[in-house]
Design a protein around this ligand. Structure first.
Ligand SMILES: Nc1ncnc2c1ncn2[C@@H]1O[C@H](COP(=O)(O)OP(=O)(O)OP(=O)(O)O)[C@@H](O)[C@H]1O
Ligand SMILES: [Mg+2]
Length: 225
């Protein structure tokens, strides 16, 4: 089982939108996906209530119940857990970061979002500096905001996904129906972008796993010596 946590201290960056889109991408790839909604607003749960299918599974939880929820998920054969967190909640962000194999930080390419990334990053340092990936979201079709944001994030030492998500109305339209763009408009640009981001995330997860295995083997040798 692998676990992703969507975290950003700023509100409205696209945490829930990406959590749901990634969970449907996982389901399409025949994985058993679970979304854990830590946000008291319950946006992910409300989305699930509007759906006509039971997958992906969406449950709400409190940060203190996260470990128990993950244990149950593992016992129930879940392949991918995606934790959606509320903005401005250190408790939720830390709880989710602490159990994540990879932290996803959605960020709009605008100063208001970018200036909050160091805060998110400092918070993540408290969670053992787990691997984190920034995804530029709602990128406008015109202008060079993406390049400027990429430069700023590079300077902060952040790992930025090479694939971005454009500002596309289909996210809101699909969400209103309890869908994601992949279901609402499978041939559209938003669906294509999500598929690319999903694949990239899986590659990063696989690399992290290999690195962890190598480290475990090395420390095993050290203990054995
Ligand atoms: N790529 C996108 N293109 C167009 N609209 C988007 C995109 N991503 C998100 N949105 C819209 O922006 C709004 C905020 O997105 P979302 O709820 O996912 O953010 P959030 O980070 O979860 O917010 P909160 O911090 O309040 O939980 C929603 O109306 C959503 O439909
Ligand atoms: Mg949200």
């Amino acid at each position: 089982m692998r676990t992703l946590a969507l975290i950003a201290q700023k509100g409205g960056t696209g945490k829930t939108t990406l959590a749901l889109a990634l969970s449907v991408a996982a389901t399409t790839a025949k994985l058993k996906a679970l979304v854990i909604d830590l946000d008291p607003q319950g946006t992910a749960c409300n989305w699930s209530d509007r759906r006509k299918t039971d997958s992906p599974i969406v449950i709400d939880a409190q940060p203190s119940r996260l470990s128990a929820a993950l244990q149950k998920a593992e016992q129930n054969g879940i392949d991918l857990v995606i934790i959606d967190t509320p903005a401005r909640s250190e408790q939720s962000a830390l709880a989710a970061a602490g159990v994540a194999d990879l932290i996803i930080i959605p960020c709009r390419p605008q100063a208001y979002d970018l200036e909050t990334v160091p805060n998110t990053s400092k918070l993540l340092a408290l969670a053992d500096n787990r691997p984190a990936l920034v995804i530029l979201n709602a990128v406008p079709a015109q202008g060079n905001r993406q390049e400027q944001a990429r430069q700023a994030l590079d300077q902060m030492g952040m790992h930025v996904c090479p694939h971005t998500i454009g500002a596309r109305a289909s996210f809101g339209d699909a969400g209103a129906l309890g869908q994601t763009p992949e279901e609402y408009d499978p041939a559209g640009k938003a669906a294509e972008e999500i598929r690319k981001v999903y694949k990239y995330i899986y590659r990063v997860l696989a690399k992290e796993e290999t690195r962890n295995e190598r480290q475990e083997t090395q420390s095993g040798y050290a203990v054995g010596r």
